[in-house]
Design a protein around this ligand. Structure first.
Ligand SMILES: *Cc1c(COP(=O)(O)O)cnc(C)c1O
Length: 471
C-alpha cells in the first residue's frame, strides 16, 4: 500500500523499523501460540493478550472500547509514516480503531481455524456492507466504454443480497448477475462463466431454503478460470463451517446473526485468505485483500463498524461453539418432531436425511473440535439452528399458525438466542416479487424458524398449540 515515490525521512524510518519489528513479533505470536490453540480459546482471547492489557490498556481484562475518532501523533514523522500507511496505526476511526482491531483478528482467526495459510479480516457496519466490500473490488472498469462485466451467484440467497445484486449492480450499473438456480449442479455454474466473469458468489447454507453446494468443487472451478469464490457463511458460523479451508477465497459474515445471537445491533465482516486468486486484480489486493479494502476502498466509502458495537459483538462471539452446538441439537429435535406433525406439509432442515443436500452438508458441516470435547470424543455433524416448515392448508392458514405463536417471536430476524419465526414470502423475500421468490424457492406457506437456546420442549409445545389452533 506504499508508493515508491514517497519521501521517507530518517525519523519516519525509525517509526517504520519499530513497527516492522512489532509486526514480526505479532506474526511470531500468532504462529507459535495462537494458531496452536483450540477454537474456543481463540474465540475467548483472540489477539488480546495479558501483555497487551498490561502494557497498553491499564490491565483491562476485556478489550477496551475506544470511542475516539482519531489518534494523536508524537511528531510529524510519525504522522507522515502513519498517513502514508507505512505503519499500522489508527489515524482515524473510519479507517482503523483498536476496538475493531481485536474484533477483526478474532474473526480472521476463527474463519482461518484449521487452515494452514493466513487469513485477515475487515470489519464492516453490517452484513450487507460486508457483501458490498467483498464484491466491489472485482468490478473495476478497464475501458471506455465499459467492457461487459458479470458475476455468477446462487439464486438461493438472502433477500438483501438479491436486492444488492439485481438492483444496485445489475439495474443501476449494468453489471450482470448470472443466477445459478441449482447450486449443486457444477455444469450450471460452469456454463455461466465466461472471460468477463469477475467472481463466483455462493451463500451456504442459504437463508431460508438451506441449500448447499460443494465448496471445494466450486472453488476449484473458480480457480480454473483464475477468479475467486466468495461465500456467505452467515448461517453456519465458523463454529460449523469454514469455507476458506475448503478453497474459498473470501467469506462474508453478517455478524449480526448467530455469531452474536444477543441481538445487540448490526455488524459484519469480510475475511479473506492471503494471496487469493483473481486475474482482474493487482498483486497488492490479492496479497492481503481484507487489509487492502479496509485501508483504501472502505476509507473512501466509509462502511465502518462502530467500536462499541465491535466489542459488544466480540463479547458475544466468545461462546459461539457451545451455543451453535446447543441450538443445533434443539433444532434437530424440533425438525424431527414437526416432520411427523399432521398439520405440517414438509420440513426443511439440513440435518434431516430427506433434505436434498443432507449428504453434501454432512460432508462439510461439523461441530468444530468435537473430537476434543469430552461429551463426544469424535467428529459430529451439526447443521445450525435455522429451519423452515410448510403448513398444510395454504397461505392463510400459515398466517393463522404464525399469529398464534406465543413464546416464539414474530420478527424478520434470525440467529438469536431467542426463537424467532417469520413468513419469508411476506417479509424478508417480499421485495423480490413472485417471480424472484419462485426462483429462490420460497412458497407462501413457508414459516422460517430459527431456534434459540430455550428448552426445545417448550418451543415444540408452542408450535404444537399454534398449529392446532389455526383454522
Ligand atoms: C442478515 C443476512 C445478511 C445481511 O446482514 P446484515 O447484518 O443484516 O446487513 C447477509 N447474509 C445473510 C445470509 C443474512 O442472513
Amino acid at each position: 500500500m506504499s508508493n515508491e515515490n514517497d519521501i521517507i525521512t530518517p525519523g519516519m524510518q525509525d517509526y517504520i523499523n519499530r513497527n516492522n519489528s512489532y509486526l514480526a513479533k505479532r506474526s511470531q505470536y500468532i504462529q507459535d501460540e495462537v494458531k496452536k490453540w483450540k477454537f474456543d480459546t481463540i474465540a475467548v482471547h483472540g489477539l488480546y493478550s495479558v501483555t497487551d492489557a498490561i502494557n497498553d490498556y491499564q490491565g483491562s481484562i476485556i478489550e477496551p472500547i475506544f470511542m475516539s475518532t482519531s489518534q494523536a501523533y508524537r511528531d510529524s514523522d510519525e504522522m507522515a509514516a502513519a498517513l502514508a500507511y507505512k505503519i499500522p496505526t489508527w489515524c482515524y476511526s473510519r479507517i482503523a480503531n483498536p476496538s475493531t482491531y481485536y474484533y477483526e483478528w478474532t474473526l480472521a482467526l476463527l474463519e482461518g481455524y484449521g487452515f494452514d495459510g493466513e487469513t485477515t479480516c475487515c470489519s464492516t457496519s453490517s452484513g450487507m456492507a460486508a457483501i458490498m466490500t467483498a464484491v466491489q473490488p472485482f468490478l473495476h472498469v478497464y475501458n471506455t466504454p465499459a467492457e461487459p462485466r458479470n458475476f455468477v451467484a446462487t439464486a438461493q440467497c438472502y433477500g438483501g443480497t438479491f436486492q444488492q445484486f439485481s438492483i444496485r449492480l445489475m439495474q443501476e450499473r449494468n453489471i450482470e448477475c448470472r443466477w445459478v438456480l441449482d447450486a449443486t449442479n457444477l455444469d450450471e455454474w460452469n456454463s455461466k462463466i465466461d472471460e468477463n466473469t469477475r467472481f463466483l458468489y455462493g451463500e451456504l447454507p442459504s437463508n431460508p431454503q438451506l441449500s448447499f453446494f460443494d465448496i471445494k468443487a466450486v472453488a476449484d472451478l473458480a480457480h480454473s478460470h483464475e477468479i475467486p469464490l466468495i461465500c456467505d457463511s452467515t448461517i453456519a458460523t465458523p463454529a460449523l463451517l469454514r469455507p476458506i479451508s475448503h478453497g474459498a477465497d473470501i467469506v462474508v459474515q453478517s455478524v449480526t446473526k448467530s455469531l452474536t445471537s444477543s441481538g445487540f445491533g448490526i455488524a459484519g465482516a469480510v475475511i479473506a485468505r492471503k494471496n487469493l486468486t483473481s486475474k482482474f486484480s493487482d498483486d497488492e489486493l490479492k496479497e492481503d485483500f481484507a487489509l487492502n479494502v479496509k485501508l483504501l476502498q472502505n476509507r473512501d466509502f466509509g462502511p465502518n463498524l462502530h467500536p462499541l458495537q465491535a466489542v459488544m459483538s466480540l463479547n458475544d462471539m466468545r461462546t459461539i461453539r457451545s451455543k451453535m452446538d446447543l441450538m443445533s441439537r434443539s433444532t434437530m429435535k424440533i425438525a424431527r418432531s414437526l416432520n411427523s406433525h399432521p398439520q405440517v406439509e414438509s420440513v426443511q432442515y439440513l440435518g434431516l436425511p430427506d433434505h436434498p443436500q443432507h449428504e453434501l452438508a454432512s460432508k462439510y458441516m461439523w461441530l468444530v473440535d468435537a473430537e476434543y470435547d469430552e461429551l463426544y470424543n469424535k467428529p459430529v455433524n451439526r447443521y445450525g439452528h435455522l429451519m423452515s416448515f410448510c403448513v398444510k392448508g395454504g397461505a392463510e392458514k400459515t398466517r393463522g399458525v404464525f399469529d398464534n405463536l406465543k413464546r416464539i417471536w414474530r420478527a424478520t430476524d434470525l440467529g438469536r438466542i431467542k426463537s424467532v419465526a417469520t413468513i419469508p414470502a411476506i417479509s424478508t423475500h417480499q421485495q423480490q416479487g413472485e417471480e424472484g421468490r419462485k426462483k429462490a424457492g420460497i412458497p407462501a406457506n413457508m414459516i422460517r424458524l430459527c431456534v434459540g437456546a430455550e428448552h426445545p420442549d417448550d418451543i415444540l409445545a408452542d408450535l404444537d398449540q399454534a398449529l392446532n389452533a389455526a383454522k
